[in-house]
Ligand binder design. Structure first.
Ligand code: FES
Ligand code: FES
Length: 157
């Protein structure tokens, strides 16, 4: 079947198998940040944004993305680079395998709610599993990023 969609800002038109997963589609297009973890919608490693909202690409057919805008970490630009620096600064990135999915959900959260509480951060990121950390480093990193953005916003006023 033929699908057309936007991937990281670029139009893509392609003939695909009807059972192709979105995970395999984006990885075949060089989006190696999107990881294959549990494949059962439980770990968050395969998170991408569809029209700005997080979806689990291991549990979605590429065909369902037709007509939509798909964004992976490769398409996030400066926003992702800035957040990554705060996460790394807190020592939260150990093996790093969980990090892209974690970042995609964090960015989605901050677009919905720019100043989340700790409980709101924990709730939104509950679907992102990390086998290395106790999640405290990630929480500190997100908290520090939120505070830095608020400060930056005040300086710009
Ligand atoms: S690989 Fe998709 S949720 Fe784990
Ligand atoms: S840092 Fe290793 S899985 Fe999260």
């Amino acid at each position: 079947m033929q699908i057309k969609l936007t991937l990281n800002g670029k139009p893509v038109s392609e003939e695909i198998a009807a059972d192709l997963l979105l995970l395999d589609f984006v990885r075949a297009h060089g989006c190696a940040s999107v990881k294959r973890g549990c494949e059962t919608a439980n770990c968050g490693l395969c998170t991408v944004l569809m029209d700005g909202k997080p979806v689990l690409s291991c549990s979605m057919l590429a065909a369902r993305a037709a007509g939509h805008e798909i964004t992976t970490l490769e398409g996030m630009g400066a926003e992702a680079e800035e957040l990554a620096a705060f996460i790394a600064d807190q020592g939260a990135e150990q093996c790093g395998f969980c990090n892209p999915g974690f970042m995609m959900n964090t960015i989605a959260l901050l677009r919905e709610n720019p100043t989340p509480s700790d409980d709101e951060i924990r709730a939104y990121l509950a679907g992102n599993l990390c086998r290395c950390s106790g999640y405290e480093g990630q929480l500190r990193g997100v908290r520090a990023f939120v505070a830095w953005r608020a400060q930056k916003g005040r300086c710009a006023e």
